[in-house]
Structure formats: C-alpha cells, structure tokens
Design a protein around this ligand. Structure first.
Ligand SMILES: CC(C)(COP(=O)(O)OP(=O)(O)OC[C@H]1O[C@@H](n2cnc3c(N)ncnc32)[C@H](O)[C@@H]1OP(=O)(O)O)[C@@H](O)C(=O)NCCC(=O)NCCS
Length: 172
C-alpha cells in the first residue's frame, strides 16, 4: 500500500507559464507562505500588486508547478539591466511551494525551468534575496549553486513620535 507521501511523489508535476486564471490561487498560496513572520522587512511584502506587476512585465518568467490541476507552487522572476553594465541580471523575486508539499522537489523543478528561460533571454547572473533567518531557503539556493552571500542592513526611523524639546527651546 502506498502512503500519502508516496502518492504525492507519484503525481506528475508539470511546470508551465502562469495564466490569468491562476492569479488568485497563486496569491492565496503566497499568503500562506509569505506571512509577516516570514519576512519582517516592509520594503517587500506579498500582495496582489506583486503578482500582477510581474505578470504584466515578464509573463514568460512567471511559472507555476501543477499536478492534477492543483497548483503546488510558483516562481516569479524578472530581468534587470543596469546602466554601464553589459550584464543582464535575472532576479527571482518570489519562489514558493505550498506548505505540506515542500521538500518534494517542486521548488527545484520551478527553479530549473526559470533558470533555463533566463539563460534563453541572455541572463548572465541570477540574483535572489531572502531573510537571513530563512535557513531552509538559503540551503535551497546554495544547493542550486548560489554563493557570495551579501548582508544588507535595514534601519527604521519612527516619524510618529514627537521630537524631544531641548532645554529652553520654545514650542513651535
Ligand atoms: C524554498 C522553497 C521554495 C524550496 O522548495 P521545495 O520544493 O521545498 O524544495 P525542494 O524539495 O526542491 O528542495 C531542494 C533542496 O533544497 C534544500 N531544502 C529545501 N527545503 C529545505 C528545508 N526545509 N530545510 C533544509 N533544506 C531544504 C535541500 O537541500 C533540498 O535538497 P534535498 O531534498 O536533496 O536535501 C520552499 O521550501 C518554500 O516555499 N519556502 C518558503 C518560501 C521561501 O523561502 N522562498 C524562497 C525565497 S523567495
């Protein structure tokens, strides 16, 4: 008898371009994965605008993994050309696999197809970013050959607090 895990492995997984009909399912899968605990930084958060923007600009780099008409995960990417640089960069912006279906090879399949498409588009360097605490993600990307980890510092300034008045200073 095959158990649930084996049955999952038996399913034929197909990587294909995302279509407009997939947008809401992809959005909801992302909502489950990219929570505020996943990424405490505010500069990039998962919302419908993220998907539609990438879908409108780079639909060939917006992929889903599907099995039995269920979407298992997605990869959304774009390309970046910098001024004064002959290099074209491929930025994998979002990669997500449904909770419960992770570690089954879906992420790797999505990544490989995205990389193949980026190479076809003349990309010479791929970039990803993720939270420093995302050990599983970092391990995943290292396995795909990524290296040269750069740390980035985020700072905040709370503008809703009133500045403290110095001694002798009159209120405005
Ligand atoms: C990162 C993510 C996309 C990987 O997809 P996946 O389908 O789970 O990964 P795969 O099964 O293809 O794993 C490939 C390799 O990645 C590494 N890996 C994946 N998940 C891991 C985990 N939870 N812990 C440690 N290593 C992990 C392993 O080296 C694995 O190879 P192995 O099974 O031979 O050991 C998926 O875990 C996910 O959606 N995570 C949350 C969102 C995220 O972090 N996205 C990336 C930044 S946008």
């Amino acid at each position: 008898m095959i158990n649930e895990m084996d049955a999952e492995k038996e399913r034929v997984v197909r990587i294909r371009e995302m279509t407009i009909d997939d947008l809401s399912e992809v959005f909801h899968i992302g909502e489950e994965i990219f929570t505020s605990e996943y990424s405490p930084v505010l500069y990039r958060s998962w919302d419908e605008y993220e998907i539609t923007t990438l879908f409108n600009s780079d639909s060939e780099l917006c992929l889903v993994a599907e099995a039995d008409e269920e979407i298992l995960g997605f990869a959304l990417g774009t390309t970046v050309e910098k001024q004064h640089s002959a290099w074209k960069y491929g930025y994998l912006v979002w990669l997500g696999v449904r909770r419960g279906l992770q570690k089954g090879g879906t992420g790797e399949r999505l990544f490989r197809e995205l990389k193949r498409r980026m190479v076809d588009q003349g990309v010479r360097m791929m970039i990803i970013d993720t939270d420093a605490d995302n050990q599983a993600g970092i391990r995943f990307f290292k396995k795909q050959g990524f290296g040269n980890i750069q740390q980035h510092v985020y700072m905040t300034l709370n503008l809703s607090r009133r500045p403290r008045r110095r001694k002798g200073e009159r209120p405005e």
